[in-house]
Design a protein around this ligand. Structure first.
Ligand SMILES: [Zn+2]
Length: 80
């Protein structure tokens, strides 16, 4: 079996990435895959997909489906 490039993190059982670049690459792949699926089904807009990456309290990077608005709201809370 191939080595996986993601890890687990203590904050959740989501996939976690050790650095932003790896998370960003994974996000791009996830979006491309979802887009192809959505096009086949003819419901591109309706489908949910990961659209953000963020760094959690444990220093790992995760993908999230949060909208930009709620993401920035959370970031503001953390920064306060
Ligand atoms: Zn985490």
């Amino acid at each position: 079996m191939k080595t996986v490039e993601f890890h687990t993190c203590e904050c959740s059982d989501k996939r976690a990435f050790a650095d932003e670049r790896a998370a960003d690459k994974a996000l791009g792949r996830a979006q491309a895959k979802r887009d192809r699926t959505a096009e086949r089904r003819g419901q591109r807009r309706a489908i949910e997909r990961e659209n953000r990456i963020y760094q959690c309290d444990f220093g790992m990077w995760h993908l999230t489906k949060q909208s930009r608005r709620s993401f920035e709201g959370r970031t503001a809370l953390y920064a306060a």
